[in-house]
Design a protein around this ligand. Structure first.
Ligand code: SLL
Length: 146
């Protein structure tokens, strides 16, 4: 595989989640919140230029804990009652670039923000950087728009 020597390209990303509480706990399964978990660019870039798909591994209490997002927005929505650690695996456009694994703690209760309509929403986010050290030629091209 051809790689570009002495090149390092950094992409700034955010992973996070929003959550909204139900009016009352759902009797059937005890769920209390609807949430959305996402990966996005810190710089409003189109991540699909270099990311092929994102795998979110949820808590084992979920049926089919492996969830996929194959195009932007790279996000999934679910309901639940508890907070837990999510494994986020990022696959790149060039399969020769090894997938990247990140960990994120999904939050349902804090921090709470007041919406304009008087409702409350939890928004939790984490900043990170993807560093491409000596990227493959294909990755270099898509990362630099060439
Ligand atoms: C942990 N905090 O990290 C604990 C458990 C479990 C979250 C969190 C619902 C799953 C379902 C749900 O919210 N699970 O009913 O399908 O180990």
């Amino acid at each position: 595989v051809e790689r570009i020597r002495n090149q390092k390209i950094v992409k700034r990303i955010i992973y996070g989640n929003t959550a909204i509480r139900f009016d009352r706990k759902r009797e059937a399964d005890g769920h209390t919140h609807e949430w959305t978990l996402y990966l996005r660019s810190y710089d409003q870039e189109d991540l699909s230029k270099f990311i092929r798909k994102v795998q979110f591994k949820l808590h084992d209490s979920y049926p089919n804990p492996l969830r996929w997002a194959e195009q932007p927005p790279f996000e999934i929505s679910e309901t639940g009652w508890g907070e837990f650690e999510v494994q986020i695996k990022i696959y790149f456009v060039d399969v020769n670039e090894k997938p990247l694994t990140a960990y994120y703690y999904l939050r349902l209760f804090q921090p709470v923000f007041q919406l304009a309509n008087g409702k409350e929403m939890v928004v939790a986010e984490y900043y990170d950087e993807i560093i491409f050290q000596e990227p493959t030629l294909i990755m270099y091209q898509v990362l630099t728009d060439q």
